[in-house]
Ligand binder design. Sequence first.
Ligand code: C2G
Length: 130
Amino acid sequence: MKIIITYGTYDLLHKGHLNLLRRAKELGDYLIVGLSTDEFNKVKNKKAYYNYSQRKQLLEALRFVDEVIPEVSDKEQKLNDIKKYNVHTFVMGDDWRGAYDYLKEFCDVKYLPRTPNISTTRIKKDLKKF
Ligand code: C2G
């Protein structure tokens, strides 16, 4: 079974997230999403509208997603997860291109093109005009 893993905040779920998750799942048989905890978001200096439990519920409702695990740290967790879950491919959007090349000796690393013209930041900005 080819296991795929990806990580993110996935706040205000939108088509860019869905495109990423669908393409990630198409690379294998089982997709694990490392979802940033509220505490880790503070470390990433990201403020999520929905808390971890709400963001987790939304991801778990998607047919592309097989498992959601908490992302509590950056570099070291990814290496541990790859070994723990016997990951075949590590996937991120290409805004992260190069950031995870150090994982290439342990698994495939793929950076997928981001979906243009959509982001959580843009949604928040647009909502202010409502
Ligand atoms: N994404 C995308 N297209 C967009 C927006 C996001 O393909 N228009 C992808 C990102 O590249 C990322 C995933 O969707 O792979 C989740 O996006 P975020 O929640 O913004 O992820 P981020 O906060 O960058 O967290 O340690 C890794 C971090 O947790 C990544």
